[in-house]
Design a protein around this ligand. Structure first.
Ligand code: DC
Length: 227
């Protein structure tokens, strides 16, 4: 692997705040960002657009390797996600796509197909990589590894607020159940299960603010001499 800059690997279950934290850490450092979950979501959306079967794993792998994806930084600092020429920034954030992505993510050929694409994001001056296996599989030599977690109830509560802001009606208990189910699948799959990497700094964000988490990671980066 050609490592073109240091990597901060931030792994953890969905809803722990990884996305926001990763974005803020990347902004603070002026580094690149990889939202690896978006790649699995994009694949799930492409599979549904093309009406593909998920049984044909070799075709899924080819699709993962060649999927036409762009992450475009817009003027207001947001990232626009484009799949096969279509803006899908919002479309990949539904619960349905999240669940389908989680199912695809358990297929070894899919993970393999996305591996080199993820590694290509590692560019100078550095990369903040957000996912489930950033520190264990994709960037095992990352100098900083963080495992960010929070209780399932807290994560469901945060997700509920996000969905309500988008005008979606959801039930909190159902959300807690879906989150636990997804955790279970992500943590117990045979390939690249969601576990803290060796030496990872484990941060439980249940009672922390986003800013406190960002500061903790920034402090690690300074301690490691990366800034
Ligand atoms: O972080 P997210 O919710 O957008 O990710 C969607 C799904 O993709 C998640 O259920 C697990 C999977 N995923 C993964 O297996 N490995 C990653 N590095 C990122 C996401």
């Amino acid at each position: 692997m050609i490592n073109q800059g240091p990597v901060i690997a931030i792994d953890g279950p969905s809803g722990a705040g990884k996305g926001t934290v990763s974005q803020l850490v990347a902004e603070k450092l002026g580094w690149h960002i990889l939202d690896s979950g978006a790649l699995y979501r994009l694949l799930a959306l492409a599979v549904s657009h093309h009406g593909m079967s998920t049984d044909d794993v070799e075709t899924l792998k080819v699709l993962a390797e060649h999927l036409d994806i762009q992450f475009k930084q817009s003027v207001d600092g947001h990232v626009e996600i484009i799949l096969e020429g279509e803006v899908v920034t919002q479309a990949i954030r539904t619960e349905e796509i999240g669940n389908n992505a989680s199912k695809l993510a358990a297929i070894p050929e899919v993970r393999d197909g996305l591996l080199s694409r993820q590694r290509a994001f590692s560019q100078a001056p550095g990369l903040v990589a957000d996912g489930r296996d950033m520190g264990t599989v994709v960037f095992p030599s990352a100098p900083i590894k963080v495992f960010l977690t929070a209780s399932a109830e807290e994560r469901a509560q945060r997700r509920l607020m996000q969905l309500q802001e988008k005008g979606e009606t959801v039930n909190l208990d159902e959300l807690v159940e879906t989150i636990k189910e997804r955790d279970e699948r992500d943590a117990n799959r045979e390939i690249a299960p969601l576990v803290p990497a060796a030496g990872a700094l484990v941060i439980d964000s249940t009672d922390l603010t986003i800013e406190q988490v960002v500061e903790m990671i920034f402090a690690e980066t300074v301690k490691a001499g990366l800034v």
